[in-house]
Design a binder for this molecule. Structure first.
Ligand code: CA
Length: 220
């Protein structure tokens, strides 16, 4: 027995994908198309998408929020895994990237399930709360500007039903959370975010070393 999580080499990672990944053909094309993009690391990894899809199925999720869309890869994983009358509210401010995203959502035939809100996510989340939608969402995926993580988290917790889940990306931040000399605002924000959640009695908590680290917080 070992106390360490297994180190996933490139070869082992390929194996993992080969024996377990079930990626829709449009998802695969979207991922291939973005592979050469300079900001490709902004996109979640395929097994991470499948993990979110699995969570949605477990939760019987119908109402989902995504904070940070990029090219819509994660959005598409989620839209493919809510029922036909389900809804993914997708928050982003980038018209160009979400314009590309929309094409793929349409190709996959799930664009009706995605409600893209082109505005700062703070505004969109505030508007949902003000519009009386508190307590009605099944899952929120947060993967956007790190300095606003705590704000997104608080609003998301308000919007979730009891038993609903917030999934948060990049919580290990390539290991930079450990480097006390790293005073980058994003690093500080992620460190503070992790510390805050560690004592948050309103949720059940787990941090998983998937991709760049994913925290799951289940609303009690
Ligand atoms: Ca991310």
């Amino acid at each position: 027995m070992t106390r360490e999580t297994i180190h996933v080499t490139g070869e082992l990672y390929s194996y993992l994908l080969r024996v377990s990944l079930r990626e829709h053909e449009v998802l695969r094309r979207l991922r291939d198309a973005n592979a050469g993009h300079p900001l490709a690391t902004l996109q979640i990894s395929p097994e991470q998408g499948q993990f979110l899809a699995f969570l949605l199925r477990m939760l019987d999720a119908r109402k989902v929020i995504e904070v940070g869309v990029f090219m819509g890869y994660g959005t598409l994983w989620m839209a493919l895994n809510v029922p036909e009358d389900g809804k993914v509210i997708a928050c982003d401010i980038n018209e160009e990237w979400t314009g590309i995203a929309r094409r793929y959502w349409k190709e996959a035939g799930v664009e009706e399930r995605i409600d893209l809100r082109l505005a700062p996510a703070r505004q969109t989340l505030d508007a949902l709360v003000a519009g009386g939608e508190s307590g009605s969402f099944d899952l929120v995926f947060i993967d956007a500007d790190k300095t606003a993580y705590l704000y997104y988290y608080e609003r998301s917790l308000e919007l979730l039903r009891p038993g609903g889940v917030i999934a948060v990306d990049n919580v290990l931040w390539s290991g930079r959370v450990l480097d006390v000399k790293d005073t980058d605002p994003d690093t500080i924000a992620i460190r503070q975010f992790n510390e805050r959640l560690s004592n948050d009695e309103r949720v059940d908590l787990i941090m998983l070393p998937i991709a760049d680290g994913v925290t799951l917080a289940r609303k009690r």
